[in-house]
Design a binder for this molecule. Sequence first.
Ligand SMILES: O=C(CO)COP(=O)(O)O
Length: 134
Amino acid sequence: MKIALIAHDRKKEDLIHFVTAYQPILSEHSLYATGTTGRRIIEETALPVTCFQSGPLGGDQQIGAMIAQNQMDMIIFFRDPLTAQPHEPDITALLRLCDVYHIPLATNMGTAEVLLNGLQEGLVDWRLIRRNRE
Ligand SMILES: O=C(CO)COP(=O)(O)O
C-alpha cells in the first residue's frame, strides 16, 4: 500500500512518535512524505521514505497529483489547526482530492491509529484492487 505521511511543524514530534510506535506495520508499505516530514522520519526511524518537496513549496500538491493518478492509498496528515499556513490552498486541495477519490485520510493521531489497525485487518485492501484495475 502507498501511504503518505505529512505533519505541520508543531505536529512533527507527534508524527515521529506515531511512526515509531507503528513502525512494524508501516515497514510493510511504501511510504511517501512532504520534504521536511520525510527527512525527519528517515533520520529518526529505520524506514525508507520517498520525499517530495516541502509542503509550502509544493509537496502537498505532489501528493495530490498521486491521488489524482490513482497512485496513493492512504494519507496520514497531522495538521496544526492553530497555526496559519502560507500554503493553505494547497492543503485544502489535498484534503479535497482525498474526498473526490475516496482515499482514507487521518488528520489526527486518534484516527490514524484506527486507519493503520484497519489496514492491518485488510479493511483497505479494496484500494489494491482499484489501483491495479487502472
Ligand atoms: O507543510 C506541510 C504540509 O502542508 C508539511 O511540509 P513539510 O513536511 O515539508 O514540513
